[in-house]
Write a protein that binds this ligand. Sequence first.
Ligand code: S3P
Length: 441
Amino acid sequence: MKDYISIFKTLKPFDKTISIEGDKSLSIRWALLASQANGKSKSFNLLKSEDVLNTLKCLKKLGIKINLSKNICEITGNGLNGFNYKNNIILNSGNSGTLGRLIMGLLVHSTKKVKIIGDESLSKRDFSRVTEPLKLFGAKFLTKSNKLPIIIQGTKYAKPITYVENKGSAQCKSSVMLAALNTEGTTVIKAKKSRNHTELLFKYLKLPIKIIRGKKIDLIKINGKKKIKPLNYKIPSDISSSAFFLVLTLLSKNSKLKIKNVNINDTRIGILKILKMMGINIKLKNKKNYKGEKIADLLVRSQSKIKAINCPVDLNSSAIDEFLLIFLVAAKADGISTFRKLEELNQKESPRLIWGSKILNKIGIKTILTDDSIKIFGNPKLKVNKKIIIKDFLKDHRVFMTSVIASLVFGGKWKIFDTHSIKTSFPSFLKKVKYLGAKIQ
Ligand code: S3P
């Protein structure tokens, strides 16, 4: 079966408004929390991508009732640790680190064995970052490797823990938060700043959580074993998916785009701050607060002058999923840009720091790459005329979509493999670029 696309033409000027699908992090968190509530929760605009559909499948296997229709998803929870399943079931986390790591937090209290598996990319990723803290609660891991497949066996006698999260990983923080929710006593988490959707949902649900915000570290205290009320939630649009269209527009000629109702949570807008430093202003209109999350319409225009930057490392976590795109912008900047302390980028669905560099080299941009940094030698006159093939990137959805954006703004004759990867996070991605005028074969 053909699983590649060819792109030979850059995009003509456009002036359009689009909407993007629901946020992936919020969709997964809503489903996991709804599974622990007493009663029926409903969500609207839930992202129907493979990562989220796999979350629903895993919860169903754990005995949770789920009804998914075109616009609404209903989950009927049986309360904290209300899972009901047979010993030795297998849960498939597919491509999703968020699902694999967060669901382990919920399984800390289930004494029946569960095997968690994932696809080729997820099976290469480190899980010790969550199994180590979860062991402190009392969970057992019956497999020796740090990688999937992993068998977890929870305990009836979980104890609260003190945990230091020093990678800036929201997945690790959230996994421990979910385990703490179901553990009598106070769990204390000292976490390097990272996306805070789980904290905001806990607060909105009036769960016993206290947060003391520091400049770089948050101190989070959770008092477990409180009943969760059902949660009706309209998932705001995903800024990480929107970012492809922000960059497409600003690097295209004479174009303008409005993206409606995007989640602009402070812990997710690193890309907007970095672009601002590069001289690119993205306007935020119609700002609203929705159940603790901030939302706005984003307005972006083409930009011909782009400044090179030395990216502050403090912004790394809040832009972690957008760096491949930020590197494309740096490729068009006037001067050398530097990005440091990005070792976490190589822990993603593919080693993304390496892939960022590979894509730039293929389009004729010089880079200097180390284990945790990249220097990008920008060229404001960048135009590509050659043949470019992108393949063997572990089906990383963000590598695929970034390559599509590069082809549409820089030119060249591109053949990009693993089209199906977009189903992971952004199934309508190609439909949307076509709506803006892209010719794709
Ligand atoms: C996510 C956290 C980030 C991010 C991922 C989603 C989440 O991963 O890269 O796409 O929903 O918590 P890390 O927590 O491993 O940095």
